[in-house]
Design a protein. Structure first.
Length: 320
């Protein structure tokens, strides 16, 4: 008769590799790369459809990760324990991208961003239930304070754009509420996608997980694009540099998340991902000369403090 796995045994089996500082750095790199990816996709959405944009992103990402595998002399047909999970993650990233990128078209960017950033809360809940992680006062506090900062930033942006909300041609509130389910579902699926990383046995190279996931995502999006996608000709002369950046940041963000969630507790990584809001504000300021309203700085401060306190406490704990 099979024995039931205890909470301690499950926690031991699904534990991180213990490199908390590496996980923290990887989480911050991934947050910057994800912000860059979102900014590029947000600009490309004007010229291309959602499915076609995902196809472009996946082709660019596969091209870059294959080049990286060849440079590192890694096998192009790797076999490792947990390969099925890597394939699952690659397949599920397609509906996640569809929901999130569609919300960029149907909602304003601030609303979509604020709602998708519910995923650290979902991750913390799943980490406690599925991974049996100890999520105490400080980790929960960092997640909730960071989320409060996200909301305050978005409220300040909404108040600064009040005229647009009251415009006669603004969409009905019930339609906005319906569309708002898309980034929330994206957040839930993304949280599940990240938690699944911990079920990949230790010793499986992160680059292999990224590579297999990228191939699986491309093989998933190609038939979807063939059946339902748009056929907008690519404007290489205008967008070649964005396609190139898309290849790099797609792989960097995937690799960073793979390392982060396998090296540090999921609730810690989730709370650090809030710094993407700060990066996004800086991108808008630098690239589009969009001076942020003064009201956002209290929210930005909360996000910054939550991230710094989390990084400091976890780094100190790892050295004890």
């Amino acid at each position: 008769m099979a024995q039931t796995e205890t909470s301690d045994e499950r926690r031991e089996r699904l534990k991180t590799d213990g490199r908390i500082v590496v996980g923290i750095v990887a989480a911050l790199v991934a947050a910057f790369a994800l912000t860059s990816l979102d900014a590029i996709v947000f600009n490309l959405r004007i010229h291309y459809g959602v499915i076609e944009t995902q196809l472009i992103r996946n082709i660019a990402g596969v091209f870059f990760v294959v080049s990286l595998m060849l440079f590192r002399r890694e096998p192009l047909a790797p076999r490792f324990k947990g390969m099925g999970i890597a394939i699952f993650r690659g397949i599920t990233i397609v509906p996640i991208g569809f929901l999130f990128f569609s919300s960029f078209k149907l909602l304003d960017q601030g609303t979509a961003t604020a709602l998708v950033f519910t995923y650290p809360i979902v991750i913390t809940i799943l980490a406690a239930i599925v991974l049996r992680e100890k999520t105490g006062f400080w980790r929960w506090g960092a997640v909730l304070v960071g989320f409060a900062g996200v909301i305050l930033v978005q409220v300040a942006l909404w108040m600064a754009r009040g005229e647009e909300w009251s415009a006669p041609d603004a969409q009905p509130i019930w339609l906005t509420a319906l569309y708002s389910l898309m980034p929330v579902l994206a957040a839930i699926f993304f949280a599940i996608n990240m938690i699944s990383l911990r079920f990949v046995p230790q010793g499986s190279p992160s680059i292999w997980i990224t590579y297999v996931g990228a191939i699986a995502a491309l093989l998933t999006i190609v038939p979807i694009w063939f059946l339902f996608g748009e056929r907008v000709p690519l404007n290489w002369s205008a967008h070649w540099w964005q396609f190139g950046l898309l290849a790099v940041v797609s792989v960097v963000s995937a690799q960073g998340l793979n390392i982060a969630y396998r090296s540090a507790p999921a609730s810690v990584v989730g709370s650090l991902e809030y710094v993407a809001i700060i990066f996004a504000t800086g991108f808008a300021w630098f690239s589009q000369s969009l001076i942020p309203p003064s009201g956002i700085w209290f929210g930005v401060s909360l996000i910054f403090v939550a991230g710094v306190v989390t990084a400091w406490r976890e780094a100190r704990a790892s050295n004890d």
